[in-house]
Ligand binder design. Structure first.
Ligand SMILES: NC(=O)c1ccc[n+]([C@@H]2O[C@H](COP(=O)([O-])OP(=O)(O)OC[C@H]3O[C@@H](n4cnc5c(N)ncnc54)[C@H](OP(=O)(O)O)[C@@H]3O)[C@@H](O)[C@H]2O)c1
Length: 314
């Protein structure tokens, strides 16, 4: 089959969601070549350490209790993540059994070296955050966390000094704050401007770009790494696009975009302030698609504008 026609057919199929890119081994040489490209990384500004651009979230998807079938299914998802060069796993004490599910998977897989563990502090002011970390580390089955974030700014005035203390004691490596759904941005900005932070985590995706005006430029100015949560707007964005639309051909030509996962995640991680996007999934095929988006060419500024125009026109 002519490569160009084959690519069009491929993109149409991908666009319908009828198949994933992984259903085409060897069919399109150019696509197959792109699939083997490595997951790219960006440096954490406060240390220079490299962090892979695609991480994984665990809210809802990893809250599976002690059902052995579900624990094994999520272990396969984590295995796919690490086999494609994954690093950052994000969780929180408010995600039900997610920390235990991660711990189960890490034990089964032998705690992969590239793990970058990101937890959150979610205890009321006056509660014992140190005890909470010790218990969370036990659930994950690790000695200490790479990153601890104050979840949704809760009691940040009390928690940030403690996290700094723990960073000085080398009990954690990085500290940060989170928000989502565009909440409390004015206060978030104030904390970014006045506190010494390694990371911020916030909602950024192609339909939620309000952080582009103030928070992302401030992160660059202050040397703070940025994690994007809700990259698929909780799933509705990618599932809707897969059901109804075909990936535009210009995106395939300009930055080797083959799937809606490519389109949505490459948009996020190509922003110069962004370090990492953390899509959550229950499915190995989706994990493979998501990880693929962190490799190959990325859209430039002009292509990013075209992507926004395209999504807004739908
Ligand atoms: N305040 C905070 O700190 C905060 C707030 C919100 C989120 N977060 C973090 O950010 C993470 C991501 O956000 P999120 O979980 O709300 O939403 P999300 O990652 O935007 O969307 C998750 C949904 O997308 C679907 N999905 C994933 N990959 C897909 C693919 N390739 N094709 C089709 N569907 C796909 C998943 O369904 P399937 O299972 O079917 O794949 C899942 O239902 C969270 O898990 C959490 O770790 C933090």
């Amino acid at each position: 089959m002519d490569d160009c026609i084959a690519r069009r057919a491929f993109l149409r199929l991908i666009g319908t969601g009828a198949v994933s890119a992984w259903a085409f081994p060897g069919m399109l040489p150019s696509v197959a070549r792109a699939q083997t490209r490595e997951l790219q990384s960006k440096p954490i500004p406060s240390s220079g350490e490299s962090l892979p651009m695609i991480g994984m979230g665990t809210w809802r998807t990893f809250n599976v209790g002690d059902d052995p079938k579900l624990l094994d299914a999520r272990t396969r998802v984590v295995k796919a993540f690490f086999s494609r060069g994954g690093g950052l796993i994000d969780s929180s004490p408010m995600y039900g059994s997610a920390p235990e599910t991660i711990g189960y998977a890490l034990r089964e897989l032998g705690a992969p070296k590239s793990l970058f563990s990101a937890e959150k502090v979610w205890s009321p002011a006056g509660g014992n955050a140190r005890e909470q970390f010790a218990s969370l580390a036990e659930q994950w089955g690790i000695k200490k966390f790479d990153l601890v974030q104050v979840h949704n700014l809760q009691d940040w005035r009390e928690h940030l000094p403690l996290l700094r203390e723990m960073r000085n004691e080398e009990l954690i490596r990085y500290i940060g704050i989170t928000t989502s759904h565009g909440r409390r941005h004015a206060e978030f900005e104030q904390v970014m401007a006045s506190e010494s932070l390694d990371f911020v985590q916030l909602t950024y995706n192609i339909t939620h770009r309000d952080v582009e005006s103030r928070l992302l430029p401030l992160a660059r100015e202050r040397g703070i790494a940025v994690i994007a949560n809700r990259p698929y707007d909780g799933g509705s964005l990618i599932k809707g696009l897969k059901r109804r639309e075909v990936v535009p051909e210009w995106a395939a030509q300009e930055f080797a975009c083959r799937t809606w996962a490519d389109f949505l995640l490459k948009f996020i991680v190509s922003h110069p302030a962004l370090n990492c996007a953390i899509p959550a999934t229950t499915q190995v095929a989706h994990m493979n698609e998501n990880m693929q988006a962190g490799s190959g060419p990325m859209p430039d500024g002009r292509a990013r504008q075209r992507m926004v125009g395209f999504v807004e026109s739908l």
